[in-house]
Each structure stands twice: as structure tokens, then as C-alpha cells.
Ligand binder design. Structure first.
Ligand code: CTP
Ligand code: ZN
Length: 154
């Protein structure tokens, strides 16, 4: 896109998460624990045209640099996402997300009878059994969750 066509302007400092799978930007924000209450200026593009992906989502978070640990969880719903750290308008660091072998802390288990969903819940813990397409297995009840299940439970 040329400057004239930019939908959201460049940011001065912060993080741009680019090449997010189309339609999953709100899930990405949820994974990062950003609700809007934190006060950061956040721009969200959903289903925007992309040369590489056809359509993609983009999230721009001003004044906040994400660290590698928190960004890797994004790979669960958006394996092609790129993280760009911006300082003084320049991209100073660009990294791909990579899915860790074990996911902890989220999502909720799809099995309503799983101990993760009980009155005294165990902390979510899943083994990644396939990356693309994503498939994870609950380490308590062994149920397998795929993309749509994951997206609905983050
Ligand atoms: N960006 C931004 N503000 C800046 C610098 C970059 O919002 N000050 C955004 C760009 O619009 C783009 C992303 O950050 O969405 C990555 O920037 P850049 O590396 O310049 O773009 P590309 O070369 O197109 O990236 P890639 O090779 O990863 O596709
Ligand atoms: Zn379970």
C-alpha cells in the first residue's frame, strides 16, 4: 500500500503485530491480556488486503514493547504473525512467532467436565500436537482442541 492508501498511520514507538490470520485480531488482543482498560492507544485492522495473505489483520500498540514470551502464544491462533518493535518510527526488531510445545494459562478446556472448568479449577495446560493446522491436547482430560475451539475459549 502507498502512504496515500494507509488505513492506519505509522506509530512512533511500540509494537506492530502484522500478518495476523484474517479475523483473529481480537483473539490476539485477548491472548495478550489487553482489554483497552490499560490505557494504551491500540489500532486494530481486521480483514485488510494483503499481498502475501489475501487478507490479514494488524494490531498496533503504542507505547508498549511486547516481550518474546507473551508473543509466542499468538502463534496458537496466528502462526504467520510478525512482531515489529518500533522506536522513533523505525522498525528496530522483527520476529516471527513460534509456538511453544506446551501452552499454559489458557485457553479454557472445551470439555465442560474437565478439572480446568471445575469449581476448584486446575490451571489450563495443553500439549501442542500439531502446529498447522493447530491442534492441542488437554493434559488433564486429553480432549483435542482445534482452531475454532481454541478461538472460542481464549
Ligand atoms: N509500521 C508502523 N509504524 C512504523 C513502522 C512500521 O505501523 N513506524 C508497520 C508497517 O505499516 C507494517 C509493519 O509495521 O505493517 C512492518 O513494517 P515494515 O517492516 O516497514 O513493513 P514490511 O517491509 O512490509 O514488513 P514485512 O516484510 O514483515 O511484510
Ligand atoms: Zn480438559
Amino acid at each position: 500500500m502507498t502512504e496515500k492508501e494507509l488505513r492506519v498511520r505509522k506509530i512512533r514507538d511500540g509494537t506492530v503485530i502484522d500478518h495476523i490470520s484474517a479475523g483473529t485480531a481480537l483473539g490476539v488482543l485477548k491472548i495478550l491480556g489487553l482489554s483497552g482498560k490499560e490505557g494504551y492507544t491500540i489500532s486494530i485492522l481486521i480483514n485488510t488486503p494483503s499481498n502475501k495473505l489475501g487478507k490479514k489483520d494488524v494490531v498496533k500498540i503504542e507505547g508498549r514493547e511486547l516481550n518474546p514470551k507473551e508473543v509466542d502464544k499468538i502463534a496458537l491462533i496466528s502462526p504467520k504473525a510478525t512482531i515489529n518493535i518500533i522506536r522513533n518510527y523505525e522498525v528496530v526488531e522483527k520476529q516471527r512467532v513460534s509456538l511453544p510445545p506446551i501452552i499454559t494459562g489458557f485457553p479454557r478446556c472445551v470439555n465442560p467436565n474437565c478439572i480446568i472448568n471445575s469449581r476448584e479449577p486446575a490451571p489450563p495446560s495443553f500439549k501442542v500436537i500439531s502446529k498447522e493446522p493447530v491442534r492441542i491436547r488437554c493434559r488433564y482430560c486429553n480432549i483435542i482442541m482445534e482452531f475454532e475451539d481454541i478461538l472460542a475459549n481464549i
